[in-house]
Design a binder for this molecule. Structure first.
Ligand code: PLP
Length: 360
């Protein structure tokens, strides 16, 4: 008999989510992180941090204001979160009770299912539809009839990543807005963690939250800003919804260093734009090399590409690992699928050369 106090049934049923947390030395093209590190000015700010700064609880107001402004918002429509992960948890906690219906569109970021299951939500998984562009080039897209069938007045929350991980595809903002408008009783969280890589100045749904009280949009500092280790994200929502989100939020969810570093990173717009440009170029290069090699892949608008390695998946993963290059096994999402994160030109060339070596 277990000696533990009584657990919630949802916790007893929960499958642990165990992403690799160590052993990732080498060229890490497995987690869609920034592959060159954060902007240099962030490190200068870190060096100036004093013991007193760390002894105090974080003071948010000014930093939050400046970060909101950088996205064309104010704290009336934006709050900081401990990474997008925290924004997802907040949305689930605000809208979903045990037994409530929640929709996620799979394959997608594992955390949505994890928080849904932790809450005891009744998960209605919808699948992306796959479209063939050519025999080797494919694209995932929203399956409207599947979503229509799953979305009912009982649906409390829909979470959609755009661009989506691990497929890389973008759902057009206008299509998402049609769904949000059509189901005002349901909250929609659009996870735009990879929006920085779509196109210069891409705003996604950032402006739409001002007029749609059932829309939440999440952004992160983990990707192009290179601050994944500090855990910072931002959640945008309607001015009437924001006080509710703040009420349900842990008051000190974000740490002092994350806010100071984000402010420093935001002052490095030229550096950020240059890095994003390099990642878009790398993405196009990966896709064209895969096409020439006859390797099937899915069109991406993020900083990674999903491709079909089929039976060669194991030899590619271990061969690359032996050369110190990590890419991600996504065979749990799609048979034979691997995902490679974009790097600088040099990093990408190195990974592609190794990949082609183990392909033949
Ligand atoms: C779609 C998506 N959303 C959110 C995250 C995590 O973001 P954060 O580091 O801000 O928690 C990831 C991480 O890979 C992701 O793929």
């Amino acid at each position: 008999m277990s000696l533990l106090p009584r657990l919630r049934p949802a916790v007893e049923r929960l499958r642990a989510y165990n992403p690799p947390k160590e052993g990732r030395a080498g060229l890490r093209l497995d987690f869609n992180e920034n592959t060159i590190g954060c902007p240099p000015r962030v490190l200068e700010v870190l060096r100036e941090i004093t013991g007193e700064d760390l002894a105090r609880y974080p003071e948010y107001a000014q930093g939050e204001d400046a970060i909101a402004q950088a996205f064309g918002h104010t704290p009336a429509t934006m709050t900081l979160t401990n990474g997008v992960d925290d924004a997802i948890l907040l949305a689930v906690q605000c809208f979903v009770d045990s037994g409530d219906e929640m929709i996620i569109v799979e394959p997608t970021f594992t955390i949505y299912r994890f928080y849904g299951e932790l809450t005891g939500a009744h998960l209605m998984p919808v699948r992306w539809r796959e479209r063939e562009i050519t025999s080797r080039v494919r694209r995932f897209e929203l399956d409207s009839s599947a979503l229509r069938a799953a979305l009912t007045p009982q649906t409390r929350l829909v979470i959609i990543a755009s661009p989506n991980n691990p497929t890389g595809h973008l759902t057009p903002p206008a299509d998402l807005l049609d769904w949000v408008r059509a189901a005002p009783q349901t909250a929609f969280l659009v996870d735009e963690a990879y929006a920085d890589f779509v196109a210069p100045g891409y705003r996604g749904l950032l402006d739409a939250v001002r007029t749609l009280p059932n829309l939440l949009v999440a952004r992160t500092f983990s990707k192009s800003y290179g601050l994944a280790g500090l855990r910072l994200g931002s959640l945008f929502a309607h001015p009437e919804l924001m006080p509710v989100l703040r009420k349900a939020h842990s008051p000190y969810n974000v740490n002092t260093l994350a806010i100071r570093c984000a402010l420093a990173a935001l002052r490095e717009q030229a550096w950020l734009e240059d890095y994003r440009r390099q990642m878009r170029a790398s993405r196009e290069h990966i896709q064209s090399v895969l096409a020439v090699a006859g390797i099937a892949y899915w069109q991406s608008e993020a900083n990674f590409v999903l491709f079909e390695a089929g039976e060669r998946a194991d030899s590619i993963l271990t061969g690359l690992r032996r050369q110190g290059i990590l890419i991600r096994d996504r065979r749990g999402d799609y048979p034979g699928a691997l995902r490679i994160t974009c790097g600088t030109q040099e990093q990408t060339e190195r990974a592609l050369a190794a990949l082609l070596e183990f392909w033949t």
